[in-house]
Design a protein around this ligand. Sequence first.
Ligand SMILES: [Zn+2]
Length: 126
Amino acid sequence: MCGAPRRRDTGESLVAGRRHWQVEVSCAGCGHSWIGCGSGEPPPEVRQAVLAEHGPVTVSLAVSPQGSGARLLRCLREIRGGTLSEARAAADALRGSGLEGTLVEGELLAGALRDAGFDVVVTAGS
Ligand SMILES: [Zn+2]
């Protein structure tokens, strides 16, 4: 790279239910370009770039489930991993203003929650 402005394209997609991401950085000055891609969880900087370029989506529960808090927590831990307190925070967010993420994260989360019998809404933007 020669220091000229760089162009960055990012993308995320679901292929057969699996998360794929790619990033392409190209230099307007010397034409140098760098392409990276992978599947699963993208590196944090790629995720941030995807969010910046495409904007977040918000997943929330259409109907706050009665008496299924434990099922929701179990479901969240299966999908997202992490600790019980992280799952509790995520469950609170789903019941409240929603859980923000990339479009693909939103689709994966909403799909898994629907499979588990929850009624969810996905909205673009934060
Ligand atoms: Zn350059």
